[in-house]
Design a protein around this ligand. Structure first.
Ligand code: NDP
Length: 295
């Protein structure tokens, strides 16, 4: 893998660039420039979501970069308010229009609605229809825990290509990752450089972790680059977010060094088992059911 920009082959043969740019909490004003900077640094995967309210700016950034749009792997996510068969088909139309594309590379369900799982299943069946109709090249989920993934697999036809979940050195979800591997589902890490460990002045930020800094020192790299290398060598996709061009470039400069088995194991040993993000069960329509606008 060293030296090349790795691609991960999904369970339907589609190729996913392993490393991409995330744009959660990137303001609309910052998103256009971040996407342009990413593409000029070599990124070919952008991860957004209807609920990030910046799909239009992602589309604009790709247009301004001058690259052939077909060369960029765009993934977005359906928000819970738009779950249900017809509502989810319509959610695709809204996202595609904002992004300025006819076809999406990957469409995910953003969260399982654990208290309204039938509605979640209907939303997934809409994704299956969009896949069959060629409107999306691959489909998947996000934040599904083992229980919801098993139920989805039992009650629908298409095995998700991806489950995008919180994975960084302090929270690794290894049992869930093993379940993914058993079913040919790619693990895509959100907060891959532990952003969620640093928001709101958290006590323990992965950016300052002594083990990561020491491994980085041995390779002449930052803790962030070490974390991204760790994901890639473990076969995961990762979507670090930044709105700063220098960091965007730094986060993509990870293809020409290799962590040893011992270094990989030292990072694996940093797992605390403590989730940074919300408990999946706490995501309900009552608490998070914000509408996704048409335009
Ligand atoms: P990340 O782990 O990507 O960390 C982002 C934070 O790190 C930002 O504060 C950024 O600040 C900072 N940062 C970026 N690069 C560097 C660097 N080289 N050195 C120091 N600091 C750096 O966290 P996210 O939570 O943003 O996750 C990444 C992506 O995953 C999201 O953007 C989104 O696309 C996706 N996601 C999905 C979720 C889901 O539920 N499916 C939930 C959360 C995220 P700055 O921008 O100022 O550089």
């Amino acid at each position: 893998m060293t030296g090349s920009k790795p691609l991960i082959t999904l369970n339907n043969g589609v190729q996913l660039p392993a490393l991409g740019l995330g744009v959660f909490q990137s303001s609309p004003e910052d998103t256009v420039g971040a996407v342009e900077a990413a593409i000029s640094s070599g990124y070919r995967l952008i991860d957004t979501a209807a609920a990030y309210f910046n799909e239009r700016e992602v589309g604009e950034g790709i247009r301004r970069s001058g690259i052939d749009r077909a060369g960029v792997f765009i993934e977005t996510k359906v928000w819970i308010t738009d779950y249900g068969y017809d509502a989810t088909l319509h959610a695709f139309d809204k996202s595609a229009r904002k992004l300025g594309v006819e076809q999406l590379a990957l469409l995910l369900l953003h969260q399982p609605l654990t208290t309204a799982f039938d509605r979640t299943l209907d939303a997934y069946r809409a994704l299956e229809t969009l896949l069959a109709d060629g409107r999306v090249r691959a489909i998947g989920v996000s934040n599904f825990m083992p229980e919801q993934l098993e139920r989805l697999l039992a009650e629908t036809s298409v095995v998700p290509a991806v489950n995008q979940i919180e994975v960084h050195p302090y929270f690794q979800q290894t049992a869930l990752q093993r379940l993914h591997a058993a079913h040919g589902i790619v693990t895509q890490a959100w907060s891959p450089i532990g952003g969620i460990t640093s928001y709101g002045g958290a006590e323990r930020s992965a950016f300052d972790d002594p083990t990561l800094l020491e491994i980085g020192r041995r390779h002449g790299r930052s803790a962030t680059q070490v974390m991204l290398r760790w994901h890639l060598q473990a076969g995961r996709s990762a979507i670090p977010k930044s709105v700063r061009p220098a960091r965007i470039a730094e986060n993509f400069d990870v293809f020409d060094f290799e962590l040893s088995g011992e270094q990989m194991a030292a990072i694996d040993a940093l797992d605390t088992g403590v989730r940074g993000g919300p408990e999946p069960d706490s995501i309900t329509l009552a608490a998070y059911g914000r509408p996704i606008p048409e335009e």
